[in-house]
Design a protein around this ligand. Structure first.
Ligand SMILES: NC(=O)c1ccc[n+]([C@@H]2O[C@H](COP(=O)([O-])OP(=O)(O)OC[C@H]3O[C@@H](n4cnc5c(N)ncnc54)[C@H](OP(=O)(O)O)[C@@H]3O)[C@@H](O)[C@H]2O)c1
Length: 342
């Protein structure tokens, strides 16, 4: 998933004041650009406190997502009464009061940003816009789950500690590529924390899918292909059961790389299906191997269906700092190659 964080702050770094009504920080020009940004994403996410305090409709995006632990959300809020599209509520427990107005997803605790992203991606979200508030933005940044950040600062508004609420001051790591613009007096900075590598990803992912076609048909496992691209650009390929009836595709490619003396730190592995997180017939899962050898990115086309086990590969990798990107446009091709199992 590609994730953008976007927020508007006062000159002294507040997202809101301490009055009951929402503080208007953005200029009309900035607000127009935010709407254009929303239209380039397929889902928008906010925290429950923003929903309660601002009562927004979140127009302009097909899927609206709210996260809540307490479940204290009024079904009469404008999001449920005045907005169209899909509304998802992510929580660690059921929220019966919302069942008629939204789809409540009960996720496994703890509901970290890594789990939020994984749950949404499993439901087809590919481009997520996170609009805050401060608590949510902090979680995504702390877990390293922001690809781009849009910070809009209004230098004409300075609240001071007595008036400001929800402080959020973002400083990008040194050397982060940035682009700046002035939108009607609003100083907008765009930070790119992870470059978009869609073209390269799709090329190698397609090669991994092609490799999966070599797998013999087997009723107890998926036909999967994998391609490793090391930091120096060397390629290694593997597919399920290529040299052993207990080897997975990722494992086959990793073994080839290790036999060739390759350094896998910082490498990317492209695999047609989510790396497994549990193995009965081998000492380590593919997720554990990917972590042990220091891969920095994992790109795949299909989440593992829940036919054999409940796979936790993507969420585990994300929560351990590995960048994960899924291309759902290729999911059906992978499921087709595995149609003997369904
Ligand atoms: N200027 C801007 O661009 C901007 C944008 C957005 C919001 N805001 C402002 O920000 C303020 C709200 O910010 P905030 O930091 O107080 O709150 P917030 O981030 O909007 O929401 C926090 C709430 O989200 C839920 N939550 C957070 N992390 C969760 C997790 N991992 N799992 C499950 N639920 C989780 C919890 O809801 P429960 O309490 O229900 O458990 C938590 O209390 C508002 O005043 C709003 O106006 C400003």
């Amino acid at each position: 998933m590609r994730i953008t964080l976007s927020f508007a702050a006062t000159q002294d770094g507040y997202l809101d004041d301490n009055t009951a009504t929402r503080l208007k920080i953005s200029t009309p020009e900035d607000w127009e650009a935010v709407h254009a940004l929303r239209s380039r994403h397929d889902a928008i996410l906010i925290g429950a406190e923003t929903l309660r305090r601002d009562n927004p409709t979140l127009k302009g995006v097909a899927t609206k997502v709210v996260v809540s632990r307490s479940g204290k959300i009024d079904p009469q809020l404008r999001l449920f009464q005045a907005s169209t599209g899909r509304i998802l509520i992510l929580s660690e427990q059921p929220i019966p009061a919302l069942d008629k107005v939204a789809k409540v997803i009960v996720a496994r605790a703890p509901l970290t940003a890594a789990r939020i992203v994984t749950e949404l991606e499993r439901r087809g979200v590919e481009r997520l816009l996170v609009e805050g508030g401060a608590q949510i933005l902090r979680q995504f940044i702390e877990e390293g789950l922001a690809d781009e950040i849009r910070k809009a600062v209004n230098p004409a508004i300075c609240l001071g500690e007595a008036l400001g609420s929800t402080p959020f001051r973002y400083t990008a790591p040194e050397g982060t590529p940035t682009r700046e613009e002035d939108l009607g007096g609003m100083q907008v900075t765009h930070y790119t924390l992870q470059a978009d590598r869609t073209a390269e990803d799709l090329h190698y992912l397609q090669a991994a899918i092609e490799a999966s076609r070599n797998c013999p048909i087997c009723t107890t496992c998926y036909r999967v292909g994998a391609v490793i691209r090391t930091a120096d650009g060397t390629i290694y390929t593997g597919y399920t059961h290529e040299t052993s009836p207990t080897h997975h595709a990722e494992q086959e490619a990793i073994l080839k790389a290790l036999h060739a003396g390759a350094d896998l730190r910082g490498a990317t592995i492209y695999t047609s299906m989510e790396p497994c997180s549990k193995r009965a017939s081998e000492p380590e899962s593919c997720t554990e191997l990917i972590l042990r050898y220091g891969f920095s990115r994992v790109v795949f086309a299909a989440y593992e269906p829940s036919k054999f086990v409940c796979c936790e590969g993507a969420c585990t990798l994300r929560s351990r700092g590995v960048a994960v990107r899924v291309y759902s446009s290729l999911t059906n091709e992978v499921l087709q190659i595995n149609s003997h199992l369904f």
